[in-house]
Design a protein around this ligand. Structure first.
Ligand code: NAG
Ligand code: NAG
Ligand code: NAG
Ligand code: NAG
Ligand code: NAG
Length: 320
């Protein structure tokens, strides 16, 4: 009861604040982050910087709700990509943290506008810097995934071209369970959507909305090693912790299988293995499907995952 009253008051405060002030678009920043973490502000975007002439993979890292430049996994993933030596990576932060730190359901209402705004910036960026759309890899987590969806839909409409790849680390479920495909991230928004699911039926979407849907440990809440609570969803965050390790180690194997139940029973052991950790073009549309893996409860999460949590999972949960 007290909780409900608090939530109601928060909602009223937010409504009053934002209905009068409107969105603060100038607070949304687009920043190139170099390997030494020195930054170049690209927000203004009027003149080419000449920094993108080489054929790099450009990771557009879209923050999630309440995340900012100090969020540990944001730092880790930046370092992880810069340390790879298979090709050059350039990381651009889409920092909407000024708008992105209020009441969650308020964020759900404004995320489309922020997505369109970011899409508009990206179009101008590509034009100015002469960057081909196929070099852009959008990487994001939770609510940021839906921001990416709106951004991608906007670009499709404006340019009649689509982004090459979006990698979504556990798309947010609250506010999106009943949404149409036009109101959330969904396959078709990019040529390839890779979706990692680690917190289904809690903070993460269960449905296979990507082209390639990967469910470590069946995507289940709770992930191994997690002691989730209402305030801290460790399972939801496992999506990005796995990704950080994957990019550092260049290994994140999933095996294709029609269901988690069949995977647990060992019926898919002859199916193909896919490494999710490569560069943006190492996965193609021919790899479309549903994939599973076990992970370890502690780091390293992704190597020698031989432990079968046979009694750990409720195998009646079948979402696929
Ligand atoms: C918009 O956000 C910036 C911070 O990025 C802040 O300095 C500025 O005062 C804000 N403007 C309004 C009208 O709130
Ligand atoms: C962009 O380039 C033009 C022409 O060189 C220059 O006049 C202008 O000041 C530049 N704008 C910015 C924001 O650097
Ligand atoms: C970030 O990296 C440090 C070690 O470099 C590790 O201890 C920590 O668990 C990582 N955190 C996340 C969120 O990935
Ligand atoms: C998990 O959380 C519960 C409740 O806060 C606590 O009693 C328990 O010790 C925790 N377990 C671990 C392994 O952290
Ligand atoms: C991406 O990785 C694949 C291997 O997975 C490799 O064949 C390809 O050359 C890489 N692309 C670039 C541009 O480095």
């Amino acid at each position: 009861m007290v909780m409900n009253i608090l939530l109601f008051l928060l909602a009223v405060l937010n409504y009053v604040h934002f209905s009068t002030a409107g969105l603060n678009y100038t607070s949304i920043r687009f920043t190139l982050v170099n390997p030494d973490f020195k930054t170049v502000d690209l927000t203004d975007n009027t003149n080419a910087t000449g920094l993108f002439e080489e054929d790099s993979e450009i990771i557009l890292l879209i923050f999630a709700w309440t995340e900012d430049t100090t969020t540990p996994w944001i730092k880790n993933i930046t370092e992880a990509y810069h340390r790879r030596n298979d090709r050059k990576y350039q990381i651009i932060y889409v920092d909407w943290s000024y708008e992105g730190s209020t009441f969650y359901y308020h964020e759900v209402k404004i995320i489309d506008a922020i997505g369109y705004f970011s899409g508009d910036w990206l179009i101008r960026f590509m034009e100015k810097e002469k960057v081909d759309i196929n070099r852009i890899h959008v990487l994001t987590h939770s609510l940021g995934c839906h921001l990416a969806g709106f951004m991608a839909k906007y670009i499709k409409k404006q340019l009649n071209r689509i982004l090459h790849r979006i990698t979504c680390l556990d798309a947010a479920a609250p506010g999106y369970l009943e949404s149409s495909t036009q109101k959330k991230l969904y396959r078709g928004d990019a040529k390839i959507i890779v979706a990692i699911h680690t917190d289904i039926d809690n903070y993460g979407l269960a449905e296979a909305y990507g082209d390639i849907d990967f469910y470590p440990n069946g995507g289940l809440y709770h992930q191994p090693g997690c002691n989730d609570s209402f305030l801290e969803s460790c399972s939801h965050c496992k999506s990005h912790d796995y990704w950080v390790e994957a990019i550092f180690s260049n290994k994140f194997y999933g095996r294709e299988c029609d269901s988690w139940e069949n995977y647990l029973e060992g019926l898919c052991e002859n199916n193909r293995l896919l490494n999710f950790a490569g560069n943006m073009t190492s996965i193609t549309i021919a790899d479309s499907g549903i994939y599973f893996t076990y992970t370890n409860a502690e780091e390293p999460f992704l190597t020698n995952c031989i432990i079968k949590y046979d009694n750990y999972y409720d195998i009646n949960d079948n979402y696929f």
